[in-house]
Design a protein around this ligand. Structure first.
Ligand SMILES: Cc1cc2nc3c(=O)[nH]c(=O)nc-3n(C[C@H](O)[C@H](O)[C@H](O)COP(=O)(O)OP(=O)(O)OC[C@H]3O[C@@H](n4cnc5c(N)ncnc54)[C@H](O)[C@@H]3O)c2cc1C
Length: 386
């Protein structure tokens, strides 16, 4: 076998799996179709390293706890990439979630994260950076963290390289055949086809994951998932704090966040069926985000003021619930539980990439050849990258 693991995709999950595998002493190769890492979902997220306060509402306590633990580790291991920032939640007379409910959620969140929350007294409401105060009942503040998602991904990938992982950019995975004790696979780089073998193929292709499985013989059964588009817009106006708002039309959570001297507003939930490479913000999504912003903030922002916009794709298990209520837990699906040769990662959180990768490598310990660990990703500092 040429490799113990071959990972398809240099998004945050591919980078995280490569880092965890190399830290455990395995020979790992990453194949990425684009010339740079994080060209898919991992540069189009809300850029939050968070437990996900709203997941408490859907009972995903385990996920919130794991993400908050990972947040604490990232703050220690990558202080140049992850920063703790104050979040403000204004509650108006018309807000669906009442102050007591938000206070209960925040009390639980504080308990899990060991960071306090506060109710901002009326006398300090002038700090609210242009936020509407008529009809305002209460304002809460708590802490969560922000990162540059693409930079974080590049840093984790560099960490994997530093531990001995090989990374090939501009390498498009073409096909694979499952053999009794591994996989042979073909990738194309600059019109040249390369054939390699691996004990386990890890499919970290994010929204492309099902397409990758179609190219594997025999086809592992794909997990039924929906792709749900989420758009952000970048608009003028400095901010010091993050604002966690409730959309007045559909009561979804929308964030207005400081981002590189401007404000970033997101996100939406729009079903998507096309090629993941073609996902683009829709006019209707841009109008929706501006409407939420202008409902709460002055001065108002007009469509012509929008500086930039981008859309990413969530990979969510199919069920009858709205996208908001569906599980954000990562799914790791093997072609064969007893003898895994292909493992596909679906969904997951930027925040929890390290824990997800660690779990995956632990699950593969019996399958992979013996190896001696060279580092522990729980305490490993992440390198500076451009
Ligand atoms: C709108 C939105 C907001 C989000 N906000 C947050 C947030 O604030 N905090 C948080 O924790 N999580 C957030 N998430 C979740 C998080 O962003 C994703 O879980 C994560 O980025 C997914 O990373 P990935 O590596 O699985 O996929 P991707 O980043 O999409 O990477 C997949 C990679 O596979 C490559 N690839 C595909 N096919 C091939 C092939 N044939 N050959 C070679 N390479 C291939 C692609 O080029 C791509 O680079 C958000 C998600 C969305 C959509």
């Amino acid at each position: 076998m040429d490799h113990d693991l071959v990972v398809i995709g240099a998004g945050i999950h591919g980078a995280g799996v490569a880092q965890a595998a190399a830290a455990s002493g395995y020979r790992v190769l990453v194949l990425e179709q684009y010339e740079k890492a994080a060209q898919g979902t991992s540069s189009r997220s809300s850029k939050l390293i968070h437990g996900g306060l709203r997941y408490l509402e859907t009972g995903q306590l385990g996920l919130v706890y794991e993400c908050l633990r990972e947040r604490a580790q990232l703050l220690r291991n990558a202080p140049h990439l992850v920063e703790l920032v104050p979040f403000y939640i204004p509650v108006y007379r018309t807000t669906r979630r009442r102050p007591w409910k938000i206070a209960v959620g925040l009390a639980l969140y504080s308990l899990l994260s060991l960071k306090p929350f506060h109710r901002i007294p009326r006398g300090r409401w002038q700090e609210l950076e242009g936020l509407r105060t008529d009809g305002l009942d209460a304002v809460f503040s708590y802490y969560d963290a922000q990162t540059d998602d693409a930079r974080l991904t590049r840093s984790v990938l560099q960490s994997a390289r530093d531990l001995g992982a090989e990374v090939v950019m501009g390498a498009h995975f073409e096909s694979a055949t499952i053999e009794p004790d591994g996989c042979t696979l073909t990738f194309r780089k600059r019109q040249v086809e390369h054939q390699i073998s691996t004990r386990v193929l890890i499919n970290c292709a994010g929204p492309w994951a099902s397409r990758v499985l179609e190219k594997i013989t025999p086809h592992p059964t794909p997990q039924p998932v929906d792709l749900v588009q989420g758009t952000h817009i970048l608009v003028p106006g400095k901010l010091q704090q993050m604002y966690y708002l409730e959309s007045p039309t559909d009561q979804r959570a929308v964030f207005v966040m400081p981002w590189k001297g401007q404000r970033l507003i997101g996100t939406t939930e729009t079903p998507y069926r096309g090629d993941p490479a073609d996902v683009r913000p829709l006019e209707s999504e841009i109008s929706y985000l501006l409407e939420v912003h202008n409902h709460y903030f002055t001065p108002h922002i007009e469509p012509d003021d929008v500086i930039d916009s981008f859309a990413g794709l969530r990979v969510l298990p199919i069920d009858d619930e709205k996208a908001f209520a569906r599980s954000r837990e990562i799914l790791m699906i093997e072609d064969d539980r007893e003898n895994p040769r292909v493992v596909t990662l679906y969904g997951g959180k930027l925040t929890a990439f390290r824990a997800s990768a660690e779990t995956l490598i632990e699950q593969l310990e019996k399958t992979l050849p013996p190896a001696s660990p060279i580092a522990n990703t729980r305490t490993l500092k992440l390198p500076e990258v451009d």
